[in-house]
Design a protein around this ligand. Structure first.
Ligand SMILES: Nc1nc2c(ncn2[C@@H]2O[C@H](COP(=O)(O)OP(=O)(O)OP(=O)(O)O)[C@@H](O)[C@H]2O)c(=O)[nH]1
Ligand SMILES: [Mg+2]
Length: 237
């Protein structure tokens, strides 16, 4: 396989080196960092890693309005222009454990989209305050109740796609960020007939740097499921 992982970064100076060390230990894996001009110099650290590992690390420096969704879309377009056959997504803050990525990549042998899941048997969360736990559990129940999506962890950002399946997602039409981005990608995958499976992961609360979770991101996730189902109902058959 020719796996590639896309990692969006914004102010992850204290995490990016450890992350890259973990990822480069995975044979044949290539890494695409998508940095949004992090004021803390994350992009410069990533450039240094790319200079040391030119065959394996690439950095995409975005300009213009920043955003997780926008960064993934740019990164995915770039990946689809290359020769990777498995395209993965993960956070830079070490919440997703690099050594678990091969489990996701392997599972694409029998699936189009593999979701690293906190909420299937064997999945775990370490060091989350009760409030975060509650929010995430509620978000998943809420989204699944409205959309009838099957995966237990529709907001997870730790994923692996078969290239062909990702290529069928209308990336140009997406305009969502944060958790809503993950939800809409899952929805679009199902609309495209993708086989979706979950594999259990251990999610670890970030130790360094700051969360970018904002009120706006949460509001967007509250509205999005309705948008998706209503858009489907109003489409002519
Ligand atoms: N390129 C880019 N990356 C972003 C942006 N916002 C967040 N990220 C990255 O997206 C990933 C997830 O962001 P986090 O802030 O960890 O969000 P979260 O995981 O929902 O929140 P915590 O659980 O509190 O960490 C991290 O790798 C961030 O650096 C952005 O605007 N641009
Ligand atoms: Mg995080």
């Amino acid at each position: 396989m020719r796996p590639l992982v896309i990692v969006p970064t914004y102010n992850e100076r204290d995490n990016v080196r450890t992350l890259l060390r973990g990822l480069l230990a995975i044979p044949a894996l290539r890494v695409l960092i998508v940095d949004d001009q992090s004021p803390d110099g994350t992009g410069t650290l990533a450039d240094a890693a790319a200079a040391e590992n030119p065959d394996r690390v690439t950095v995409l420096h975005r300009t213009g309005p920043r955003g997780l969704g926008r960064s993934y879309i740019d990164g995915m377009r770039r990946a689809l222009n290359g020769d990777a056959d498995v395209i993965c997504q993960m956070d830079a803050d070490l919440s997703h454990i690099p050594s678990q990525l091969p489990l996701l990549i392997d599972a694409t042998r029998n699936a189009d989209l593999v979701i690293g899941s906190r909420y299937v048997a064997g999945g775990r969360i370490e060091n989350w305050p009760r409030r975060r736990m509650w929010l995430s559990t509620f978000a998943n129940l809420y989204v699944r109740a409205i959309t009838h999506l099957e995966p237990r962890d529709v907001t997870s950002g730790f994923r692996a796609w078969r290239r062909e399946a990702l290529g069928r997602i209308p990336l140009a039409d997406l305009d969502v960020d944060g958790y809503a981005f993950q939800v809409e990608m899952t929805w679009q995958a199902r609309q495209a007939g993708a086989r979706i499976v979950e594999v259990p992961i251990t999610f670890v609360e970030r130790r360094e740097g700051q969360s970018k979770l904002s009120g706006g991101v949460i509001f967007e996730s509250v509205v999005l499921p309705w948008k998706l189902v209503l858009a489907r109902k109003s489409r002519p058959m």
